[in-house]
Design a binder for this molecule. Structure first.
Ligand code: MN
Length: 190
């Protein structure tokens, strides 16, 4: 079997995952870091994974990860994520991570991409409540973050590679004015 045939026989989900993890794989030297190289099955059967890792890299930040389309969509949050309703946090989209990254804790060696200590700060599941053009609403079930949160696209910053959103704990879905019925696109710049 040649490589092309082999590729064509991969299930659509896996093929997409391979493409989406390209940036993640290119940024890392897996002979030096213990971070997982590829994604496996969801660690929590039939539920979408939610995880936040506290990452003491060159700047301390929190990495929000949500399972969508077979990978962990990821955002870096410069301040501790909000547990109280109404508090907003800026979140900067980063490269997609493999699903089993949600289990990763440890020290990324100095000099490697993201060098520093990673610890799981919070972990659980979420369900999608609304997915619109500029807003997604999710219901998180975990220890630290619990309840409905929204991710709102912002107009901050002019660089297309900076995909900024606001993470906020919300009271009621009806408090948000939903802009259109087009699906929320994670990767397309604002
Ligand atoms: Mn990080």
């Amino acid at each position: 079997m040649n490589e092309k045939e082999n590729k064509d026989q991969l299930p659509t989900g896996l093929r997409r995952q391979k493409k989406e993890l390209k940036e993640y794989i290119e940024k890392r030297d897996f002979s030096k870091t213990k971070e997982p190289k590829s994604g496996k099955q969801s660690t929590i059967d039939g539920k979408q994974i939610y995880c936040i890792q506290k990452h003491n890299a060159s700047h301390l930040h929190w990495d929000l990860r949500l399972e969508f389309d077979g990978v962990l969509k990821s955002w870096a949050i410069p301040k501790e994520p909000p547990r109280i309703k109404g508090i907003k946090r800026l979140a900067i989209q980063t490269e997609d991570h493999p699903l089993n990254y949600a289990n990763f804790e440890g020290e990324i060696p100095e000099g490697q991409y993201g060098g520093g200590k990673v610890e799981i700060w919070d972990k659980g599941i979420f369900t999608l409540v609304e997915r619109k053009k500029d807003i997604i609403v999710i219901d998180i079930k975990a220890k630290k973050l619990n309840g409905e949160y929204c991710l709102i696209k912002t107009n901050y910053g002019s660089k297309p590679e900076k995909k900024l959103v606001i993470l906020q704990k919300i009271r009621l879905i009806s408090n948000i004015s939903l802009i259109s019925n087009r699906p929320f696109n994670f990767t397309k710049p604002i």
